[in-house]
Design a protein around this ligand. Structure first.
Ligand code: NDP
Length: 346
């Protein structure tokens, strides 16, 4: 087997962006190979996740997650291989997924909070996608916050993304009419042909977004799964039915607003009153008690062939800034993943 390298690479935050981040806000550093102590494991990153929420952590402001530190490695979720275990939670050779190894080629961990993955259920990248944090977000966000009932209409923005695609499919499994919006015809085609939605709107070419969505929601919207904000939220508020629910998962169209700049609208927020809407934000990490249910249900749907997913894979740690920035341009089709190393070292 190839000996392990003496030095390894990590991606650091070099400067705090104003507005849309640039590649120059990141730098690659080479550091000595970390050495596991007693009770620890050396883990080699195979795939790492880039996620929209990381944009918030690049700014120095109070939020539910602390800011990334300048000059230090970025962090995030990963799936990797245990290369050495000195009494850590998992054995050498196991594949594990969780938080703490993102944007790095290797790291050491005791294994707390990590999950052993079953490569027979789904390929490795799925464990940071449909079977990982984005999948769990879709599950709790739709079922617990959105609370859809059979026959209701569910509208999903960023519908072909990591979270949105699973929201659409769970809503179909629960007997809803599902309408998704996405940023290309190819994404809309996949939503119709593979994810099984009832209608898909390309928000970039449809003209009047509200009119385009209304055409496919003849009975109005009962649940809006909000990933985007801005014009999508305005349209959804206008089309919501009485006692509708808005599961406020994210608002990616606003994440690159310059820090401190007041955010516009939505001008029609007053509609939540008359329509008796419930609009609830949520953060997936608050719902850890649902992990067992999520794994049972989504794992079961995958085994039964009821859930499909897509991934866009960028090759090489040095491409992680490019992959991250691509999230804000719709360059990803499904979960955005960076392949940091091979599945097995030769
Ligand atoms: P996606 O895989 O959906 O990737 C982001 C997508 O957003 C892009 O592919 C693009 O798709 C769309 N997008 C980007 N900019 C805009 C814009 N200005 N207007 C409209 N669409 C845009 O990411 P995730 O599935 O990981 O995340 C989806 C949402 O869920 C995000 O808002 C994220 O912050 C949120 N989230 C929230 C969590 C929570 O705990 N609350 C946890 C995880 C995610 P397109 O081509 O269709 O435009």
């Amino acid at each position: 087997m190839t000996p392990l390298p003496k030095t390894v690479r990590e991606v650091r935050l070099k400067s705090r962006p104003q507005g849309m981040p640039q590649a120059t806000d990141f730098e690659i550093a080479e550091v000595p190979m970390p050495v596991p102590g007693d009770g620890q494991m050396l883990i080699r990153t195979v795939h790492m996740s880039v996620d929209p929420y990381m944009r918030g952590r690049m700014s120095d402001r109070k939020s539910y997650a602390p800011p990334f530190e300048l000059g230090k490695a970025m962090d995030g979720r990963f799936v990797g291989e245990v290369m050495e275990s000195k009494g850590g939670r998992f054995e050498k050779g196991a594949y594990v997924a969780g938080f703490g190894g993102g944007w790095k080629e290797y790291h050491v961990a005791d294994g707390k909070g990590l999950l052993q993955v079953d490569p027979d259920l789904a390929p490795l990248p799925a464990w940071i996608g449909v079977l990982g944090m984005p999948g769990m977000t879709a599950y709790v966000g739709l079922l617990d916050i959105g609370q859809p009932k059979p026959g209701e209409t569910v509208f999903v923005s960023a519908a072909s993304g990591a979270v949105g695609a699973l929201v659409c499919q769970i809503a179909k499994i629960k007997g809803c009419r599902v309408v998704g919006s996405a940023g290309s015809d190819e994404k809309c085609r996949w939503l119709l042909d593979e994810a099984g939605v009832d209608a898909a709107v390309n928000y970039k070419t449809c003209g009047d977004l509200e009119a385009a969505v209304a055409q496919h929601c003849p009975d109005g919207i009962d649940v809006y799964f909000e990933n985007v904000g801005g014009e999508h939220l305005v349209a959804a508020l206008n089309l919501m039915n009485m006692h509708g629910r808005i599961a406020a998962c994210g608002m990616i169209s606003r994440y690159n607003d310059a820090d401190g700049k007041p955010q516009p609208g939505p001008h029609n927020l007053f509609l939540v009153v008359g329509k008796r809407l419930r609009m609830q934000g949520f953060i997936v990490s608050d719902h850890a008690e649902r992990i067992g249910d999520f794994q049972r249900d989504v794992g079961g749907w995958i085994r039964a062939g009821k859930v499909k997913w897509k991934e866009t894979v960028y090759d090489g740690l040095d491409r992680s800034p490019e992959a991250f920035l691509g999230l804000f341009k719709g360059d990803n089709f499904g979960k955005m993943v960076v392949r940091v190393g091979p599945e097995r070292l030769g």
